[in-house]
Structures are given as structure tokens and as C-alpha cells.
Design a protein around this ligand. Structure first.
Ligand code: CAA
Ligand code: FAD
Length: 380
């Protein structure tokens, strides 16, 4: 077992840390307050190679491993989880799915643009009546010979308004249930494709979340990803990697809050001493530190599994389950350590607490991760 990071991984980590401090930190409070999408910052992240980290250099990507991706996601998420969800969706749900299962034409058309940050993508699975219960897809794609006729609604789509390419999960043969599902590449200039109003959210307020409506949208057959009926497996396999991204986002939110709480506790005095010397505060810091370290190990283990071609369905669910709980627990305690200052915007921890909650909901709720994990334990 080797717990050392390679020189390349350390360089990626440092580059992400510098970018987060220099380019994301300024303005993060204002973007959160006003719900402003970090468009310029995302472009720069593309230029630095953070938007297509695992994409093969022959398609314009950085050609890095998943461990590097986790390290970068942690650093970006420490400062701005709204930027990191764009990064996570683009890297794990859009680029990875296309690279792994797309045709050569699809890869050549989309990956260079996506990996360089010139455009970004969206992944559209959830519907008003199909969130956790993802096989109950109601968006239909009727086979019309050389195209599919798509009708339906997708909910809660990250990058819904700003994306240029959408991977949309649709039901073609309802009688076949999950085996009748397809994954289609769609663009918003397709007639009948419309975008609902932006959602007003508790956290990750700089990210861009919309519902999408499809009304008789004609999608050419060559836009299907994989074989007919592969769409549900495509979604599940893609989400296993996506969950590593969101686990790392949760890890970053937790470690960002911990670092702020530690610093504050060494500066703030009460009863004649820095508050870190009160055992009640010191023990909170110890709990945070241990949980963050455990979450980091789970994230790195899942990414190592992926890089080494082991099955990572369960390790990614474990990482997401634990890291998202750690993000919630750590941010709540970071606010507590800041006292009244924790409750106001300029100290950052209240934002991190609001941002933490979504990591227990999207890309499979914590209850869904427990279903994946428990099924695997029980079936042996
Ligand atoms: N890899 C390959 N195939 C898989 C798979 C995997 N990881 N998981 C399931 N499958 C296959 C099964 O083998 C089965 O195929 P067969 O019929 O051929 O055996 C088929 O898919 C159906 O699987 P299940 O019977 O297990 O389906 P289920 O109805 O019990 O649901 C579930 C399983 C794990 C609960 C799934 O519905 C799920 O993950 N739900 C959560 C949805 C989710 O995560 N949504 C996230 C949306 S994207 C997002 O949120 C992005 C963002 O915020 C930024
Ligand atoms: P439901 O499925 O209705 O669940 C409600 C509650 O019941 C949850 O606590 C759930 O855990 C629990 N529950 C449901 N079934 C079970 C069960 N069998 N056992 C135990 N408990 C259960 N989706 C996309 O496709 N693409 C995106 O880009 C995207 N981005 C998102 C961004 C934001 C900000 C948000 C809020 C959501 C996003 N989602 C996206 C949707 C997200 O993945 C879903 O909200 C999530 O999967 C839960 O689905 P739901 O909201 O329908 O909740």
C-alpha cells in the first residue's frame, strides 16, 4: 500500500488550491448572495485543464487519473461548491460517459469543446416523478425510424440553462422497464426544447438549476449513446463515477469549514484563552479532523478502484454517504465554533453549511447510497 501522492498529483492539487484562492475566493460571497453563475471562472478552469481532467489528450483532455480529479475537486470545493458542481457534472457525468460509451463521431464532436471549457454539459435523469426511483422514467422517445420523438420533463438539471450539450435519459419501450431506456445527446437549439425558470436554492446558489421541457423534439438516431436499451445501465455506470465527484465535493466543503474553524479558534479568545483551548472546542476539532481524514480515504479508495479497473459501484456510494454526512456535521460545528460570526456571510461557514446539504441529496440521496451498499453486502 502506498499512501504517497505522485509528483503529478501534488502539482494538480497545488494548481487547484492556487486557482481556488486566487480566482474563486474573490467574489464568492457576492455570487452566492445574488445567485450568479461563475461563468468566467469556469472558462478559466477549462483553460487550466480542470473541466476534462480524465479525458484522453487526443480529445483535448488532461489525461489525468481519478485520484488527481478528487484532489482538485476537494481544493475547488473548499472555496466554491457552486463552481465545483459544474466541474463534477462536466467531468464525471458528461465527459466520462461520452468518452467511455460514445461513438468516435460523438467524442470528436463534443469532447474537445467540453474538456477545454469552451462549453459545458448537463446530465438529465431526474423527473418530477422519477428521482430516487430512476427506472420510472416518463420522458418518452418514440422510435420514428431515423429519429426519436422526445416528449417529457426533466427536473433539477444542473447547468440546465448554461449547458450547450445535454445527455438525456428517455424511455423508448416502457414495457421493458429499465431495459427500454436510452441515453440521447440533445442541444437546446432543437425545436421543442425549452428551459424552465432558474430554481432559487438554499445552497450552491451560483450553480444553474432548471427544469427542461421537451415537446415533440426530433433527435437523430446517431445521437443515441450506446446500444438501444443501454440508457439505464449507462446512467448507473456514469453515476458511480459521478458519486466520487460529489463525495470529493463534500470532502472539500468539510475541509474548507474545518480550516476556517481551526484558524478562528486559535484567534478568538474567551475566559482569558484562545477558544481552541476549551476542551469542548478542541474535541469538536478532533472529531472534524478524524471524520475528514476518513472521508478523504474513502474518496481516494473509490478513485483508486476506478483507476485500477476494479468495480467501484459500492466504494463510490460509501465515499458519498460518509463524506456528505461529514460535510453536514463539520459545517454545523464550524458555525458553532464561530459563534455569532458563524451566522453572518463574511465568515464563509454559513454558506458552506448551506452548500453541504445538497451533497446528501443529489446523485443519489444518502438513503439510495445505503440501498446500493446494503444490496451488495446482502448478496455477498
Ligand atoms: N452498473 C450497471 N448496471 C446497473 C447498475 C450499475 N451500477 N445499477 C443497476 N444496474 C442495472 C441492474 O443490473 C438492472 O439490470 P438488469 O435488469 O439487467 O439486471 C437495472 O440496472 C435496474 O437496476 P435495479 O433493479 O437495481 O433498479 P432499481 O429500480 O432497484 O433502482 C437504484 C436502483 C440504485 C435505486 C437507482 O434507481 C438509483 O441509483 N437511483 C438514484 C438516482 C440518482 O442517483 N439520480 C441522480 C441524478 S443526477 C444528479 O443528481 C446530478 C447532480 O445533482 C449534479
Ligand atoms: P425522492 O426520490 O422523492 O425522495 C424523497 C425522500 O424519500 C428522500 O429522502 C429519499 O432518500 C427517500 N426515498 C425515496 N425512495 C426511497 C427508498 N426506496 N428507500 C428509502 N428512502 C427513499 N438530477 C439530474 O438528473 N441531473 C442533475 O444535474 C441534477 N442536479 C440537481 C441539482 C440540485 C440542486 C438538486 C436539488 C437536485 C438535482 N438533481 C439532478 C436531482 C436529484 O438527483 C434528485 O433530487 C435526487 O435523486 C432525489 O430525487 P427526488 O428529489 O425526486 O426525491
Amino acid at each position: 500500500m502506498d499512501f504517497n501522492l505522485t509528483e503529478e498529483q501534488l502539482m494538480v492539487q497545488q494548481a487547484a488550491r492556487d486557482f481556488a484562492q486566487n480566482e474563486l475566493l474573490p467574489g464568492v460571497i457576492e455570487r452566492d448572495e445574488k445567485g450568479v453563475f461563475p461563468a468566467d471562472q469556469i472558462k478559466k478552469m477549462g483553460e487550466l485543464g480542470f473541466m476534462g481532467m480524465m479525458v484522453d489528450p487526443k480529445y483535448g483532455g488532461s489525461g489525468l487519473d481519478t485520484v488527481s480529479y478528487v484532489l482538485a475537486m476537494e481544493e475547488i470545493s473548499k472555496v466554491d461548491a457552486s463552481a465545483s458542481v459544474v466541474m463534477s457534472v462536466n467531468n464525471s457525468l458528461v465527459c466520462w460517459g461520452l468518452q467511455e460509451f460514445g461513438t468516435e463521431e460523438q467524442k470528436q464532436q463534443w469532447l474537445p469543446l467540453l474538456a477545454s471549457g469552451q462549453i459545458h454539459g448537463a446530465f438529465c435523469l431526474s423527473e418530477p416523478e422519477a428521482g430516487s426511483d430512476a427506472t420510472s422514467q416518463k420522458t418518452t422517445a418514440i422510435d420514428m425510424g431515423d429519429y426519436y420523438l422526445v416528449n417529457g420533463t426533466k427536473n433539477w438539471i444542473t447547468n440546465g440553462g448554461t449547458a450547450s450539450v445535454y445527455i438525456v435519459i428517455v424511455q423508448t419501450h416502457i414495457e421493458k422497464s429499465s431495459k427500454g431506456i436510452n441515453a440521447l445527446i440533445m442541444t437546446k437549439d432543437m425545436p421543442g426544447f425549452s428551459i424552465g425558470p432558474k430554481e432559487h436554492k438554499m445552497g450552491i446558489r451560483g450553480s444553474d438549476t432548471h427544469s427542461l421541457q421537451f415537446n415533440d423534439v426530433k433527435v437523430p438516431k446517431e445521437n443515441r449513446i450506446g446500444e438501444e436499451g443501454f440508457g439505464f445501465k449507462f446512467a448507473m455506470k456514469t453515476l458511480a463515477g459521478g458519486r466520487i465527484g460529489i463525495a470529493s465535493q463534500a470532502l472539500g466543503i468539510a475541509s474548507g469549514a474545518y480550516e476556517l474553524a481551526l484558524k478562528y479558534s486559535k484567534e478568538r479568545k474567551s475566559f482569558g484563552t484562545e477558544i481552541c483551548h476549551h476542551q469542548a472546542i478542541a474535541f469538536k476539532l478532533a472529531d472534524m479532523f478524524v471524520n475528514i481524514e476518513a472521508a478523504r480515504h474513502l474518496c481516494l479508495k473509490a478513485s483508486w478502484d476506478k483507476d485500477n479497473h476494479h468495480n467501484y459501484d459500492v466504494s463510490s456510494s460509501m465515499a458519498k454517504l460518509f463524506a456528505s454526512q461529514t460535510a453536514m456535521d463539520t459545517t454545523i460545528e464550524a458555525v458553532q465554533i464561530h459563534g455569532g460570526n458563524g451566522y453572518v456571510r463574511e465568515y464563509h461557514v454559513e454558506r458552506l453549511m448551506r452548500d453541504a446539504k445538497i451533497t446528501q441529496i443529489y446523485e443519489g440521496t444518502s438513503e439510495i447510497q445505503k440501498i446500493v451498499i446494503s444490496r451488495s453486502i446482502i448478496s455477498g
